[in-house]
Design a protein around this ligand. Structure first.
Ligand code: NAD
Ligand code: IPM
Ligand code: MN
Length: 360
């Protein structure tokens, strides 16, 4: 039976990188006798331009009728001055909330062939392999926002709210995942200052009693930001609230060599959403030089988490590894002496690697 994948190319480099992931999915379909039906839907800035809405109703309908969703990225300078409900990012946030994907998995893997691509020392990076589990539908992103006029100017308010139930479900998932990995969980908060973090910490301690086999430590977010660079190998699973997870994952991206390498899966509802961690990269959009590997690796996560197709997912990951091992580099990964390939050449090489296994 065919699987329906909703494609949300979005803005900036989004369409360029999603096109490469689709090529890769098609190669997987061919090798493993699977069938995908794609439906391309508007979101973000292009949807504002065409439908005056960053998440038009027909997009929501299409997403809910799909088996999984693959997103490029949204946003760009063209829409940066728009009122908040007409910003590309508000469409993305509304989509995450409407779908109910509260758990954002961001694996951080330092690929051996890329160790020298990072700005950090090789010895620090070798063997890095951990997961940031970011809460995705709560916290300061979704609390009440307000602007109030005062005599001296304006007051702007963002509210960071978490309920016990919202914390419980993500923390339980973190313990479950840690149990299947190295059984080390770091819960990141700012409990020395924030009330929401104190509720977070209490909840972790309570749920932790059900997981005596998992070593759980609390770590303050500022220290965590430092430890990620000092000794990233100490981490296995890192669970945290929405905004801390956003910031820490971009920082952790540099352990892999480039933000262009990071995939993600957003789970917790009936339909999974898969997207690279980076944005629409307006500075390089339209030049055919973006790194598509974060999106390609997101499509591997899609096959694993939404369809349970481990062999197919592994085939993509192995192909990416093989291509990198051969010294293939997109511009963001290359040192000045290394030759680079374009976005579509990178996609083609991953496809070729997947196809080569059929012949052998
Ligand atoms: P960004 O991640 O788009 O770019 C940061 C830097 O990383 C840029 O120099 C960019 O060229 C580079 N980069 C990012 N992805 C790359 C790739 N695949 N290959 C090579 N280089 C890559 O972050 P930003 O510049 O802060 O944000 C740009 C826009 O993207 C904003 O409108 C922001 O809101 C949006 N954004 C969207 C998402 C999303 O859709 N999930 C995520 C983050 C940012
Ligand atoms: C991400 C992005 C989004 C976020 C923005 C574009 C709203 O930075 O997916 O990491 O902060 O969640
Ligand atoms: Mn981000």
């Amino acid at each position: 039976m065919s699987k329906k994948i909703a494609l949300l190319p979005g803005d900036g480099i989004g369409p360029e990188i999603v096109a490469e992931a689709v090529k890769v999915l098609d190669a997987v379909a061919q090798r493993f006798s699977r069938e995908f039906v794609y439906e391309t839907l508007p979101i973000g800035g292009n949807a504002i331009d065409d439908f005056q809405d960053p998440l038009p109703p027909h997009t929501v309908k299409g997403l809910k009728e799909s088996d999984a969703i693959l997103l490029g990225a949204v946003g760009g300078p063209k829409w940066d001055q728009n009122p908040s409900h007409l910003r590309p990012e508000s469409g993305l946030l509304r989509m995450r909330k409407e779908l109910g994907v509260f758990a954002n998995l961001r694996p951080i893997t330092a690929f051996e062939p890329l160790l020298h691509a990072s700005t950090l020392k090789k010895e620090v990076l070798s063997g890095v392999d951990f997961l940031i589990l970011r809460e995705l539908t709560g916290g300061i992103y979704f609390g009440e926002k307000r602007r109030t006029a005062t005599e001296t100017g304006e007051l702007a308010t963002d509210t960071l709210v978490y309920s016990t139930q919202e914390i419980e479900r993500i923390v339980r998932m973190a313990f479950d995942i840690a149990r299947k990995r190295k059984k080390i969980l770091h819960s990141v908060d700012k409990a020395n200052v924030l009330e929401s973090s104190r509720l977070w910490r209490e909840t972790v301690n309570r749920i932790g009693k059900d997981y005596p086999d998992v070593k759980c430590e609390h770590i303050l977010v500022d220290n965590c930001a430092m430890q990620l660079i000092r000794n990233p190998r100490q981490f296995d699973v890192v669970v945290t609230e929405n905004m801390f997870g956003d910031i820490l994952s971009d920082e952790a991206a540099m352990l892999t060599g480039s933000i262009g390498m990071l995939p993600s899966a957003s789970l917790g509802a009936s339909v999974g959403l898969y997207e690279p961690c980076h944005g629409s990269a307006p500075d390089i959009a339209g030049r055919g030089i973006a790194n598509p590997l974060g999106t390609i690796l997101s499509s591997a996560m899609l096959l694993r988490h939404s369809f349970g197709w481990e062999a197919e997912a592994a085939a993509i990951e192995e192909a990416v590894y093989e291509v990198l091992s051969k010294g293939v580099r997109s511009a963001d990964l290359a040192t000045p002496d290394e030759k680079t390939v374009s976005t579509s050449e990178m996609g083609d090489l991953v496809v070729q690697s997947i196809r080569s296994k059929v012949a052998s």
